[in-house]
Write a protein that binds this ligand. Structure first.
Ligand code: DQQ
Length: 538
């Protein structure tokens, strides 16, 4: 069952299928991750809640299933939900059940023993379901309740994703007790032509700093983020805007960068994500489900499918004000082992340079790049129509790019995953920077996705081009400019594995040299294993 594609420091169950992260919460000293899980196979189906706990979001103990499909109101699936910590410390879990007739209803569950920090046993409220689809809404279009937040009147408010025809929407309900709910007039937000909104998330971000805010926090110096997972194109889109508590609406700052039509958390594989406020470290943490991009047959053969991405802190980018910053939680740094540093390496146009970093399947790389200024100035207009996904990938040569890293490459470069920048220059001299990952040569296998990913990344005056890349066997997570744009890919090399995996720097620009400085760390494996019976092993 184990294969070399299994990761060493990403959360995955021991076997079978996983999808959305559910109910993440910090409770009595432990981080809890619940997740959509199929105990019977490596494809989606028979969904129940898996459960694991961690002290640091990196090392995990698997616990018994938290909730199984054993009631008429969730017999077809214990679907996605969110946790809310009440003012007195009590924990409420709202989740979607798919009923015996496949109707999507919302159910309440709570810990059987609130004094148990591991939250092993869960009780489903005997009066479930607590919410059914509102009149006129499709029985299969009403799911994934958010974490609740407090209104100024002291009621709890939740949002639930849905759609009316092709308009993705989110309903809002108020409740005092998590049992009785009032459906509020209108919707929190809706966007035409975006289809069903899954796994809606709603949270405040500070406009003055990168610290996280409790989900109920509101007032001056706060913006609110709405995120929805688009069932149509399977991507997570967010937008930043203003929440009007009294009118129960949220308005995007820029209607052109609205939910579902604007920016994404990640331009690769990243879906059904959910944040929680970590009161332990006063930060907001984002989890995202990273599926496979090989074939279903391959998943069945290897006996497992899906990872959770490295949890990310998420905060408003106060420098641009128009995007979030996502960054691997600081705890991942504790896995760093030996490092190699490279200072001011000059890469001439069309060059590739091997980096001797030792074994290269588990890495954390931080790299900076500077373009030759004279060449930059000399270049007239270049690649104004560029797009990562429709380009020829890292083979598409322009005057000012691509340049970056080749990871999970073999010596002969027959397999390689380039993670890179590409600079376009407009007639007026303005620069536009793209951050891309090219999977087209990532594997010699032919049953895997080989598309090119990426998007625009803001680079401000005086900033160097910078990226951080986490490599873990079959996952590559790229963060550009401190996390303004991110790309996660699953790649399945056949040769660039174990000791044969290498890293290279490259510059495929035609008109400019690039200088790079970087540091690469070998990464330790994390302990991700069953909760030990024996005290000494914990
Ligand atoms: N996954 C769950 C649903 C959710 C979807 C079912 C998103 O609740 O809408 O496994 O991946």
């Amino acid at each position: 069952m184990l294969s070399w594609q299994r990761t060493a420091f990403h959360f995955q169950p021991q076997k079978n299928w996983m999808n959305d992260p559910n109910g993440p919460v910090f409770y009595k000293g432990w981080y809890h991750l619940f997740y959509q899980y199929n105990p019977n196979g490596a494809i989606w189906g028979d969904i129940v809640w898996g459960h694991a706990v961690s002290k640091d979001l990196i090392h995990w103990y698997h616990l018994p299933l938290a909730m199984v499909a054993d009631q008429w109101y969730d017999i077809m699936g214990v679907w996605t939900g969110s946790a809310t910590i009440l003012s007195d410390g009590k924990l409420m879990m709202l989740y979607t059940g798919s009923t015996n007739e496949s109707v999507q209803v919302q159910n309440l569950a709570y810990p059987a023993d609130p004094s148990d920090p591991l939250l092993i046993k869960w009780v489903k409220y005997p009066g479930n379901p607590v919410l059914v689809p509102p009149p006129g809404i499709g029985a299969k279009d009403f799911r994934d309740p958010t974490t609740a937040w407090l209104t100024s009147e002291g009621k709890w408010r939740i949002a639930i994703g849905s759609r009316i025809n092709r308009t993705g929407i989110t309903f809002v309900y108020d409740t005092k007790d998590f049992i009785n709910y009032e459906l509020l007039r209108g919707v929190l937000h809706g966007v035409p032509n975006t289809g069903m909104w899954e796994c809606v998330d709603f949270y405040p971000v500070s406009t003055t700093g990168e610290h996280g805010l409790d989900t109920s926090h509101n007032g001056p110096g706060v913006k609110h983020v709405v995120k929805a997972s688009m069932d149509d194109d399977r991507h997570d889109y967010y937008a930043i805007g203003t929440y009007h508590e009294k009118n129960v609406t949220w308005v995007p700052d820029n209607p052109e960068i609205d939910v579902g039509i604007g920016i994404r958390y990640d331009y690769g594989l990243f879906y059904a994500s959910k944040t929680f406020y970590d009161q332990n470290k006063k930060r907001r943490v984002l989890w995202g489900w990273i599926g496979e991009s090989d074939s279903e047959i391959a998943d069945v053969k290897k006996g497992w499918a899906s990872l959770q991405g490295i949890p990310r802190t998420v905060a408003l980018d106060t420098k641009t004000g128009s995007n979030l910053l996502q960054w691997p939680v600081e705890e991942v740094d504790s896995l760093r082992l030996t490092s190699k540093e490279f200072e001011k390496i000059e890469l001439k146009p069309g060059s590739v340079m091997p980096l001797d970093v030792g074994s290269a399947t588990q890495l954390d790389i931080v790299a900076e790049f500077e373009l030759d200024k004279a060449a930059l100035e000399k270049t007239a207009e270049s690649n104004v129509e560029f797009s990562c996904s429709s380009s020829e990938g890292s083979a598409e040569r322009g005057a000012l790019g691509p340049f970056g890293l080749l990871v999970l490459a073999d010596d002969s470069l027959s397999e390689q995953t380039p993670v890179y920048f590409y600079i376009a220059k407009g007639k007026d001299g303005s620069l536009k920077t793209y951050f891309c990952t090219d999977q087209s040569r990532s594997s010699e296998a032919n049953d895997v996705n080989k598309s090119k990913y990426g998007s625009f990344v803001p680079v401000l005056e005086g900033e160097k081009f910078s990226m951080r890349v986490l490599v873990d066997h079959s996952i590559v997570e790229g963060f550009a400019q401190g996390g303004r744009t991110t790309i996660t890919s699953r790649v399945y090399p056949t040769k660039a594995i174990y000791g044969a995996a290498r890293v290279f720097l490259f510059n495929n620009a035609t008109g400019a040299s690039v200088t790079s400085s970087l540091k690469a760390w070998q990464m330790n494996s994390a302990f991700i294993r069953p909760y030990p019976d024996d005290d000494d092993e914990r």
